[in-house]
Design a protein around this ligand. Structure first.
Ligand code: ADP
Ligand code: ZN
Length: 220
């Protein structure tokens, strides 16, 4: 089963994807996490990616597609994958379809998360992530604080703020999302596999609820 997480930055794609990974038992693969790991290790890829990510821009398609193509060859994703943060352009979506088609697979479900823009900015600037690469738990100092300030509930490591989680970069990311990624809503809608969920404090509908609903539907 191939699930794609779609949605602007800060809508909770990563949170929902990791809950789905836990509940359904298929692997979450986040292109953002792959880039951050490479930046931390200052690999060649990391150095290139950092130039784009630090400005809030997308990493070029050819680089990103190559990474996902290779990742899709690995054993741990043959029975299923939750793509978190990929595709983010129509070109990436078309290439993904080709890659999967060659394997006799397809995108089965696209989970499109939407959140009002004011809430997105508030969420992102208050976001704190676990510094342990194996854990990567996500907290929020206002809506989902850790039990002990600055410390991960799951593994006890230090919580940090992502460098690109500042107001300026977030505005660029939202702008780029609207221009480059939002067209994917129509792309997947026309294939009849899009499922849109509003994640917002005004509706009290959060990542956990979305994950539970999706799991219930998958198990039907
Ligand atoms: P968020 O969804 O909160 O912005 P991600 O971890 O998904 O965070 O992505 C962080 C950054 O990594 C993006 O702003 C972008 O620069 C880069 N990135 C991640 N996925 C892709 C992709 N599929 N194509 C191009 N750039 C990407
Ligand atoms: Zn942790």
């Amino acid at each position: 089963m191939v699930i794609v997480m779609l949605g602007a930055p800060g809508t909770g794609k990563g949170t929902v994807a990791s809950l789905l990974e836990e509940k359904v038992g298929i692997k979450q693969v986040s292109t953002g996490d792959i880039f951050r790991k490479n930046i931390k290790e200052q690999t060649e890829l990391g150095k290139i990616a950092e130039e784009y990510i630090s400005k809030g821009n997308l990493v070029p398609d050819d680089i990103t597609i190559g990474i996902v193509k290779n990742r899709l060859e690995e054993d741990d994703v043959q029975s299923g994958i939750i793509l978190d943060g990929f595709p983010r352009t129509v070109k990436q979506a078309e290439e993904l379809d080709k890659i999967l088609d060659e394997k006799g697979k397809k995108v089965d479900m696209v989970l499109n998360l939407t959140t009002p823009e004011e809430e997105i900015i508030e969420r992102i600037v208050n976001r704190r992530v676990c510094s342990n690469q194996e854990c990567k738990a996500v907290f929020n100092v206002t809506i989902n604080p850790s039990k002990v300030e600055g410390i991960c509930d799951k593994c006890g490591s230090e919580l940090v703020q992502r460098k690109d989680d500042n107001v300026e970069t977030v505005k660029t990311r939202i702008h780029n999302y609207m221009e480059q990624t939002n067209p994917l809503v129509k792309y997947y809608e026309s294939k009849g596999i899009l499922r849109t969920e509003l994640v917002s404090k005004t509706t009290n509908h959060l990542g956990e609820d979305v994950a539970n609903e999706v799991v219930a539907d998958i198990k039907k």
